[in-house]
Design a protein around this ligand. Sequence first.
Ligand code: HEM
Length: 503
Amino acid sequence: MINQKENTIKAPRRPGIKLSQSKLDINDPNLRDVFEDIQGNILKSHGRAHSRHLFIQFTADADRNQKWLGKISPRLTSAMEQHKTALDYKNSGKEHLFTGLMLSYTGFKALGLEDKEIPDDKAFRAGMKNIEFRYDTGPGGVHKRTINPLNDNPKNWEAPFKEQIDALVILSYGGENLEPEKCENYLDKEVKKFKIEIAKTATIVAIEKGYTLRNKKGKTIEHFGFADGISNPVFFKSDFMNWEKKEGTELYDPSAPFGLIAVNDTGGRDTNTSFGSYFVYRKMQQNIKGFNDQTEQFASLLTNAVGREITTEFAGALLFGRHKDGSTLTSNLHETGKPLLNNFNYDKDTEGLICPFQSHVRKTNPRGDTNRKNKVPMSSERSHRIARRGISYGSKDLMPSSEWTDAGLLFLSCQSDIEQQFLVMQCGWSDNSNFINEGTGTDPITGEQNAGSDKTAKKWQLQIDGKKIEIDFSFKDLVKIRGGEYFFAPSISFCKKFNTNYS
Ligand code: HEM
């Protein structure tokens, strides 16, 4: 039974939004209710440089759990609030805390809700630890269903992730100009307050600290040193125009419909204006020394084959499909020859000799390969996109002397269908040694630990300095899964409808 506050949830004032709508305008008066009700960090990254991820397990009864949800609800940052705080930061430099909340299936249950009141994505309902559940990770969902397509072994996860996780609260703070120490202190204080508030309602099973890792030029990178956070589906017209101005969009259109990541939140105020999104969380530890050593060995094989020195940096770029600065390996094939970040496709590299088919970005966004190879309509290939909202964690040492330092990526993605988006991308593409061609091998960054080392990309067929070469080399153990869960980020009105009489 939902303990609802009467008469406090007003009926929507304006019409709603279509799931097919793209290039949204945050100032569109017809969409104001939508943007005020959907949480931030879904349609666009919240942009703060420091985060705390608080994983909680409810310990109280449904009534008290509901009241806590009601209590936190006014503090949740909506898409509209995120936009306003971004403007304020730009104009006055004032920092604002971002607060986000997501619930797992067990979290919804702990609120005393019945199944029919809980979001119905099957992966979300099964939970990430349920490795017996059968998924169809073939694009289009018409293939054989398999158990544990991620090849996860939760027994090997970090202890807190083996626990039942009911909710994830994200607190984020700090722009580029604020000293990291100040951000960390601010967040420590917020976490302290949060701990007091939640003490009689839930246990905090884990707190992950995330931060934006930057290179010397101030560019966001991940722990192997490569520029990150570049290509993501774009939902707002203003962001689309920025790409247009920067380098054009004729070779690759980054825009995406609202429905790629948003679903109706039937528990919210109104079906026209209340939306939520499914989230995938994966703590991914990165073996930095392993990456540095293996790319060095790969570079020396390349050097021998090509007959001139091939740098370790370039060898690493072949794994990602992008140079360290984020530009595509295929930039030179396009007319301008300028380094391109997103306005590119693989039309001029159909054999995968410049940007290898197994490289991380070509596996996770084939930009037309499935259409070329299997006549899959572009709209279908593009429907598997996800919006990445992850952040780095751990040591900042990018040249460690030992393997598996405590560092990596707190991977977070949002989508409207976990099986057809994240799972197709991870299992159907990255881990599938026969995607896109028989024997392509797995994605060397994220594919091997899921698919097993016998499936790795052994053969690298490349063209360097106009010379075709073939190298046998398998990358091993670059990323390890330390835990994770599937969540749903509900509409703010869903959380607000619960009684706030909490103490
Ligand atoms: C430790 C793990 C990972 C690392 C170090 C990593 C790193 C990167 C880097 C450096 C890029 C290129 C820059 C950019 O476009 O932002 C990228 C792009 C991307 N990654 Fe990952 N990633 C990881 C895990 C994943 C996972 C688990 C997925 C999904 C299953 C994923 C999906 C993508 C997608 C969709 C892109 C954009 C491709 C494009 O549109 O060109 N990544 N990643």
